[in-house]
Design a protein around this ligand. Structure first.
Ligand code: ATP
Ligand code: MG
Ligand code: FE
Length: 344
């Protein structure tokens, strides 16, 4: 099947056409430059940018594919989780297109899209894979029984997401928003053992949480306190070492838990996705630990890791192939859509 995917959960307005397992076109516009000076995404600005970009982006995705709406079997759109005003723009636009062209529409879960998209690079999933989804808003370990029908949450962050933790520390150091990529770059010339950074929640606290849950707010606080102490003592901050130590701590706990999860669930494959999977320290650590334990770690190329339309279209293709019923014409957006919901 041929599916047009539309994405507008945060700052990217994106559309793509996927045919089977082939990415036919992929267009991404971002309002990130407009948010940078505020140090974070401003929902009103992002929604307005979606309203401006949506039609041009979708038109270009169809034109690049050399298709019109009549060539499309279905439309898929992110219905959550994300910023409500942003979701509303993409979903309204997608509903209008589906209605005008008499096409079925699927309101899908953006997080599951991050999992589905890896099929474009690595092909279909073997049974029982685990997926680690890490971004500015999410840090989740999921068990994928069937990407179109059944996904379970194995673990999630109890506070900050991994990307959020990087962005907050980056702000303390004085890097522009989003700071994650700057930490990555500086970490490459630092000493990861220079500063003792705690590994958030290595075991699970007092048995109340699931052993595969994460916590990064303590990591951020520990680094913040260390920086403050240095400043108070009049010492210069060894920026590269701070970045390397933070990156090592976060990458190690993510990789160790994900691989341990694979062993417990008997999964020989780990899918990785979300904007934070662009992080070089995490990629290296996952491949290293994966090789050690004989787990096939599938981390897609960068353009498929960050938010895009291909992830939405790919999941749409999976839903059509599985014969899942399309969404009702009045399906709602859900800014805090639960992770085990695949489509609405
Ligand atoms: P959502 O959480 O809804 O998926 P998002 O916009 O936060 O949305 P992405 O666009 O997928 O997610 O990822 C952005 C996050 O990834 C930011 O926190 C950014 O700092 C982080 N990031 C991107 N590249 C890197 C990198 N190389 N190293 C570390 N963090 C990175
Ligand atoms: Mg983004
Ligand atoms: Fe995302």
């Amino acid at each position: 099947p041929v599916v047009l995917g539309i994405e507008s959960t945060c700052d990217e307005t994106a559309a793509a056409v996927v045919q089977g397992r082939t990415l036919v076109s992929n267009v991404v516009a971002s309002s990130m430059d407009e948010h940078a000076r505020y140090g974070g995404v401003i929902p009103e600005i992002a929604s307005r940018a979606h309203a401006e970009a949506l039609v041009p982006v979708v038109s270009k995705a169809l034109a690049d594919a050399d298709m019109t709406l009549s060539d499309i079997d279905a439309i898929a759109v992110s219905a959550g989780p994300g910023l409500a005003g942003c979701l509303a723009v993409g979903v309204s636009g997608a509903k209008a297109l589906a209605w005008a062209a008499h096409k079925p529409i699927y309101g899908i879960n953006h997080v599951i899209g991050h999992i589905a998209v890896t099929q474009l690079q690595f092909g279909n999933f073997p049974p029982d894979v685990l997926a680690l989804i890490v971004s500015g808003g999410h840090t989740s370990l999921l068990h994928v029984a069937d990407v179109a029908r059944h996904v379970d949450v194995v673990g999630t962050t109890l506070d900050d997401a991994a990307g959020e933790c990087f962005d907050k520390v980056a702000r303390l150091i004085g890097f522009p928003y989003p700071g994650g990529p700057h930490i990555d770059k500086h970490a490459q010339s630092g000493d990861p053992k220079a500063i003792k950074v705690p590994q958030g929640l290595t075991q699970g606290r007092s048995g109340r949480e699931h052993p595969y849950d994460f916590s990064f707010s303590g990591v951020k606080t520990a680094v913040a306190r260390w920086i403050e102490q240095q400043q108070d003592a009049g010492r210069e901050i060894p920026v590269d070492d701070v970045c390397a130590s933070l990156a090592d701590s976060v990458a190690t706990v993510l990789a160790n838990k994900a691989i341990r999860g694979c062993e417990q669930y008997g999964s020989g494959t780990l899918i990785v996705g979300g904007g934070f999977s662009a992080n070089s320290q995490l990629r290296a650590k996952l491949l290293e630990v994966g090789t050690e334990h004989g787990i096939d770690v599938r981390i897609p190329q960068l353009k498929l890791c960050t938010d895009n339309g291909a992830m939405v279209a790919m999941l749409g293709v999976n839903l059509v192939e599985a014969g899942v019923a399309p969404s009702a014409p009045d399906f709602p957006i859900d800014s805090s859509m639960p992770m085990d919901v695949i489509s609405v």
